[in-house]
Design a protein around this ligand. Structure first.
Ligand code: ATP
Ligand code: MG
Length: 419
């Protein structure tokens, strides 16, 4: 007896009919990132659990609740990566990449979080992200944000940019003490999560979406008004940089990155097309993190974008899914034609012309049907007659018209009419 086995809940297939959208947004990312000097890094999907405990933090939802953790045959405690920054930094340190001065890296790939699956939220999802190492100056923050914007707008996506500063170890502790005091004073009207976070990670309370918590959060003290001089200057310079680059943004004083090592710049791109899961990309500065993970003090700033969410936005915009289709479908009329079709397809492919054929052979009508199914631009029937004449009829599958074509000049002709 056979049993049917389905994919793990919250983990999706991307079938050939949909993958063109992914390939497009990835191709544009590669192009844009190269224009800004970012180079690709590929790191493992599995890392030591300790990397995330230290690098993301035990107090975060990601590490506290969402990670897939397992023992490797009773030896090491491992985790499926829930995000890309920690692993990228591990690689950066492990290979001593910091000796080469500032580095701009990007990555693409699957991430894993055990969340409740819903639209735009999955257990295996994909991120495209970048990290710029070794530059403390605000110019890199502005350039990076502008790059995200550039990438999105080349895809025809307009996403709203929220910007904030979360301070640094000089100005944040005093603020956090005040914030905690304020939140404790209003504990009665806060949700359970917020009451818990008030102790563990008070900044994250500001991020709460529960309606009942909003009035209290509206009245909470604001870090943006308490920044120390260097943080104020940094923030002003990031804003000036964005203005100079023509990037529109809104200052959102409640935008936080919930991790201790985040400093100064925090940003997020959101889109109305996404409904409840509106964040498409989030980023910020993490100057303490490389050191926390055992490297030399190295400033850093990065972001990660959710690929599924970007694909959903493109779908909502009604963008067609790009696909490379066969320029010509070769159809065999008889045994001679069948042999010729194989030879000719090989020649065309060597010449860089995408072509296809029905390897089942058989009736002309069925082969034409298959040509239509795969979306071939033209069809060409080959049999003893066409081979003897050295000429066939190129059928336009869209207009249904036929024009004579020399078989010897087929590749050149197709490059003209179906580039
Ligand atoms: P959210 O508030 O939506 O949970 P997050 O703060 O956990 O987001 P980040 O850790 O900043 O998200 O990850 C960056 C991006 O990755 C998000 O903006 C989103 O587009 C995407 N993302 C995060 N978690 C998921 C998920 N479970 N499924 C799909 N995409 C996700
Ligand atoms: Mg999350």
């Amino acid at each position: 007896m056979s049993i049917k086995i389905n994919a793990v809940k919250g983990m999706n297939d991307v079938l050939p009919g949909a993958v063109g959208r992914w390939q497009e947004l990835e191709a544009v990312a590669r192009e844009v990132f190269a224009l800004y000097g970012y180079r690709e890094v590929r790191t493992p999907v599995v890392e030591p659990h300790a990397l995330y405990a230290r690098g993301v933090g035990e107090q975060t939802d990601i590490v506290g609740k969402e990670m897939y953790v397992f023992e490797d045959k009773g030896e090491d405690r491992l985790a499926l990566r829930p995000e890309g920054t920690a692993g990228t930094i591990r690689a950066f340190i492990e290979h001593g990449a910091y000796v080469d001065g500032p580095q701009k890296w990007f990555y693409m790939g699957p991430m894993f979080r055990r969340e409740r699956p819903q639209k735009g939220r999955y257990r295996q999802f994909h991120q495209i992200g970048v990290e710029a190492f070794g530059i403390a100056e605000p110019a890199i923050d502005a350039e990076q944000i502008a790059m995200v914007q550039d990438w999105l707008s080349r895809l025809g996506v307009s996403a709203a940019l929220q910007l904030n500063s979360v301070g640094d170890p000089a100005c944040r502790p005093a603020y956090l003490a005040d914030l905690r005091g304020y939140l404790e004073g209003h504990a009665g009207t806060l949700c359970g999560d917020c009451r818990e976070r008030t102790q563990k990670n008070p900044l994250r309370v500001l991020d709460c979406k529960v309606p009942g918590c909003q009035p209290v959060l509206q009245g909470a003290p604001r870090l943006l008004e308490r920044l120390c001089q260097p943080c104020r200057e940094h923030f002003a310079a990031v804003r000036a940089g964005l203005d100079a680059l023509g990037v529109a943004y809104r200052v959102e004083p409640r935008l936080v990155r919930g991790l201790d090592y985040y400093v100064r710049t925090a940003y997020e791109f959101t889109s109305d097309a996404l409904g409840a899961q509106s964040a498409v990309a989030g980023g910020g500065r993490y100057d303490g993190l490389v050191e926390t993970l055992g490297g030399p003090p190295t400033p850093g700033v990065g972001f990660a974008l959710g690929v599924e969410r970007l694909a959903l936005i493109l779908e909502a915009l009604g963008r067609p899914i790009p696909a490379r289709r066969a320029a010509v479908f070769l159809i065999s009329a008889d045994a001679e034609g069948a042999a010729a079709v194989l030879r000719l397809s090989s020649e065309l492919r060597k010449a860089g012309v995408a072509c296809d054929l029905d390897a089942r052979g058989g009736k002309l009508a069925r082969q034409f049907k298959q040509a239509e199914r795969v979306g071939a631009r033209f069809a060409l029937v080959l049999g003893g007659q066409e081979l003897a004449a050295g000429e066939g009829k190129l059928k336009d599958m869209v207009t249904r018209t036929e024009t004579p074509v020399r078989l010897s000049g087929l590749a050149a002709r197709l490059r003209e009419v179906a580039p």
